[in-house]
Design a protein around this ligand. Structure first.
Ligand SMILES: [Zn+2]
Length: 419
């Protein structure tokens, strides 16, 4: 049983199975091939199958696409729990490019083991993903006044901040400079914002359209097809074009939605890095996402336990980027010269951190040290290991400290399961 949550994903999976001559049924609204118990494989919309559980034989293997949604108490877990009762030997594999919830919490309530696939760097090197250039034009927005809910900015507040002619105008200008006419997706904060941005691009003579989940299927599919066929320059979207949504022909993106969610940020960039012969993706980050989350192909430490709350926020220690003052290109901190315009950077490796509106520079080495230390604690699973870390750090009461760390974790897990 292969589970996914979006029509587009179900179609992609079904097409791929067909390419490999795998006989399969589809469980989804209006699906061509219905459920047949004798089929070895089924592709199912999780929202459909959860209403048909009594008609479906409990599977031996379940594969979940975009598995970061499959959390305790979700529609996914309803189906999984049902099948597990009938078939205790059921095995579960979840696949995702971002193994944590959008809020930064871990997936350890559903999965036992985290297996890392190849890194984004390796995927680019081996031509599974496209190379990219990322620019962060001087940020005209100040997100410090935004409030947060469930690990991200409150949408209405972010929309009010971003949905302004000046900001959209700036985005159009940079699109003209770096991508003029090439097909791009603009990631917006709200449906209205997406429509406004599309309208502004049209006023500037570009072919632009917004897609959103409230549209009729036919209209929505039509716009995506127009985009894929190269009939559109800009497609704007707030939530529709994100994880797993395959958009062939997309040469770049315009980030107009500030997000504190690393998973969302990476999912959006991930769409843009879809491989195409000879393509170099252009990423225009107008909202400071690269300053918040680092580069798309930066090595990241994932954990089934999720990341500490503070880590998903401003003080992310593992971010070390440089931004060229001359051209806006963003690159790794190891660079000596701007890869775009050749401008020379200051020699000392530094990290830029936003503190109360000022730019504060912190030595990269110090940052790396903090990061390593945090991760050490983060990946320690038992009281002995934690106590040893506490001892090595010269704490007065290493045992007490280790107990405190574990208690805080347990409390978090309880909260997550609503117990
Ligand atoms: Zn430069």
């Amino acid at each position: 049983m292969i589970l996914a949550h979006r029509k587009e994903l179900l179609h992609q999976i079904s097409d791929t199975l067909a390419d490999f001559d795998v006989l399969h049924g589809i469980v989804a609204p209006g699906a061509k091939y219905a459920y047949r118990a004798h089929h070895p494989v089924h592709v199912a919309s999780v929202f459909t199958i959860v209403h048909r559980l009594k008609w479906v034989v409990a599977p031996d293997y379940v594969i979940i696409d975009e598995a970061h949604h499959a959390i305790a108490g979700s529609t996914w877990s309803k189906a999984l729990d049902h099948w597990r009762l009938l078939n205790p030997k059921m095995r579960l594999i979840g696949v995702t490019a971002t193994p944590e919830r959008l809020s930064g919490e871990g997936l350890d309530d559903t999965f036992d083991t985290l297996l890392m696939g190849p890194s984004v760097k390796e995927l680019i090197r081996d031509s599974y993903l496209a190379p990219y250039r990322i620019f962060a034009p001087p940020v005209a927005i100040d997100t410090s006044g935004l409030h947060r809910r469930a690990g991200d900015f409150i949408r209405a507040e972010a929309a009010a901040l971003m949905d302004k002619p000046k900001i959209t105008g700036d985005a159009i200008e940079h699109y003209r400079r770096h991508l003029n006419g090439a097909p791009v997706v603009a990631f917006c904060v709200s449906i209205e914002h997406a429509h406004h941005v599309a309208e502004n691009f049209r006023q500037e003579g570009y072919r632009a359209a917004a897609v959103d989940g409230t549209m009729k299927d036919r209209e929505r599919t039509g716009i995506v097809q127009d985009f894929t066929a190269g009939r559109l320059n800009v497609m704007t979207s707030c939530d529709l074009v994100s994880e797993g949504f395959d958009v062939p022909g997309m040469m770049g993106c315009i980030n107009l939605r500030p997000t504190e969610s690393l998973a969302m940020c990476l999912q959006q960039w991930g769409r843009t890095l879809r491989y195409q012969d000879g393509k170099t993706a252009i990423l225009l980050d107008h909202v400071g996402n690269s300053a918040r989350h680092g580069l798309p192909d930066q090595d990241r430490q994932w954990s089934l336990a999720g990341r500490p709350k503070s880590d998903n926020r401003r003080d992310e220690d593992d971010i070390s980027i440089r931004q060229c003052g001359a051209c806006g290109r963003v690159c790794g901190v190891a660079s000596r010269n701007c890869p775009e315009c050749g401008a020379e950077f200051e020699i000392k490796a530094r990290k830029i951190q936003e503190v109360a509106g000022t730019l504060e520079e912190i030595e990269q080495q110090r940052q790396q040290e903090i990061y390593t230390r945090k991760n050490e604690v983060f990946s320690a699973r038992d009281i002995e290991t934690l106590t040893q870390i506490g001892r090595m750090r010269g704490m007065n009461n290493p045992v007490g400290w280790a107990g405190h760390v574990l208690a805080a974790r347990a409390k978090k897990a309880l909260k997550r399961n609503n117990l």
